[in-house]
Design a protein around this ligand. Structure first.
Ligand SMILES: Nc1ncnc2c1ncn2[C@@H]1O[C@H](COP(=O)(O)OP(=O)(O)OP(=O)(O)O)[C@@H](O)[C@H]1O
Ligand SMILES: [Mg+2]
Length: 353
């Protein structure tokens, strides 16, 4: 369901981010539209290389330049376009109103400073507090994220923490300024399964406590099902489908989403029952034309999908899909050529209307 416009916290329109490398131009984000509502957890899911992290970096305005450049689009937060802000205004928002947990905690923690110093520094950057107050706040937030004996651990260095505890330190740092939006990029994938579950549980609890929105980036549909209110499925620089979690899991419309869901191993499924998406994500220097998924798609309508980019269609309130199976051009193609391969597997409500 669409929520009213005043519930929107972040809105991305027509975002495009490329990397200008020696090998060529990597068209990482071609065109992204996305909305994040207040207090919701939005999952951003897709295979490795689909552009999830680059989307996050683009929101925060920290795409490495060179070689990266945001070429167009708006990132509207509280009604203002973050792309139009000066560097110093953007720094005030980053880490304060919008915080990020990076994919690899070791690269984001400085090995030569204690974790207490690093969390305190983040706090002092944005709040008028003394060093002593910042330290006390750091201890408080470290215990809040489940680090035992926080008053002692505050003086330890990152290498003295286990992977799971380090990830908690990262979360403590991100939460230290009560952000309104937390972008968590694969916050748990490097951890073992039990710790993974604890970290996700912690994120869920803190988002409720702080009334915070989360963009949760993962390639794991199982994590999405556990954690999210809505999901946006990304493929090679586009969002191909988005909507409420229940709707997407119950009736996914895009062949790529269907493939991702089929790829969740289930204890009750025979191995051969699993749908595997054949092929691999393309090189984005020279991506497939129009719908970038067409070479891997079981429903490819030749002459159409590789030559005309499908528009985003809102199938029902809040459920959007970018695929010709549902477009007028696609329906005309099917009438002319017979149904797209295996079309019977697509929900009947969506075709032949
Ligand atoms: N600094 C860079 N220079 C050149 N290309 C880059 C750079 N950063 C990302 N890319 C390219 O942009 C595309 C999207 O990458 P991104 O890191 O966003 O993928 P992802 O969905 O986060 O994948 P993963 O699940 O592996 O983290 C990839 O083709 C990647 O090679
Ligand atoms: Mg990534």
């Amino acid at each position: 369901m669409n929520r009213p416009p005043e519930d929107i916290l972040l809105e991305i329109n027509g975002l495009r981010t490329y990397f200008f490398t020696e090998e060529g131009v990597v068209k990482a984000i071609e065109s992204i539209d996305l909305v994040v509502y207040k207090s919701e957890t939005l999952g951003l899911v897709g295979e490795s290389g689909s552009g999830k992290s680059v989307t996050a970096l683009s929101i925060l305005g920290i795409v490495p330049d060179p070689p990266g450049k945001i070429l167009q689009g708006e990132v509207i937060f509280h009604g203002q376009d973050l792309r139009k802000l000066s560097d110093s205004d953007m720094r005030k928002i980053r880490g304060n109103q919008i915080a990020m947990i990076f994919q690899d905690p070791m690269t984001s923690l400085n090995p030569v400073f204690t974790v207490g110093d690093q969390i305190s520094e983040a706090i002092m950057l944005h709040q008028k507090v003394t060093k002593k107050e910042a330290r006390e706040k750091s201890i408080k937030i470290m215990s809040l994220v489940g680090i035992p004996s926080a008053d002692e651990r505050v003086d330890n260095y990152p290498f003295e923490f286990s992977g799971g505890m380090r990830q908690r330190v990262m979360i403590a740092m991100a939460l230290s300024c009560n952000p309104e939006l937390l972008i968590a990029d694969e916050p748990s994938t490097s951890l073992d399964v039990t710790i993974q579950a604890q970290i996700l549980e912690l994120l869920k609890a803190t988002s409720e406590e702080f009334d915070m929105s989360i963009i949760l980036i993962t390639h794991d549909m199982g994590v999405i099902a556990e954690m999210c209110d809505r999901v946006a499925v990304m493929y090679a620089g586009y969002i191909c489908e988005s909507g409420d979690i229940m709707i997407i899991f119950k009736s996914p419309y895009h062949p790529y989403t269907r493939g991702l869901l089929g790829a969740i191993p289930r204890p009750d499924a025979e191995r051969e029952d699993l749908t595997i998406i054949r092929g691999a994500i393309p090189n984005l220097i020279n991506p497939p034309s129009a719908c970038r998924f067409h070479p891997r798609c079981d429903y490819w309508m030749e002459g159409l999908c590789e030559s005309v980019l499908p528009e985003v269609l809102e199938i029902e309130s809040g459920h959007k899909v970018r695929c010709h199976i549902y477009s007028d051009a696609g329906k005309a193609w099917m009438q002319k050529h017979g149904e797209a391969r295996e079309i019977g597997k697509i929900p009947k409500s969506a075709v032949g209307k």
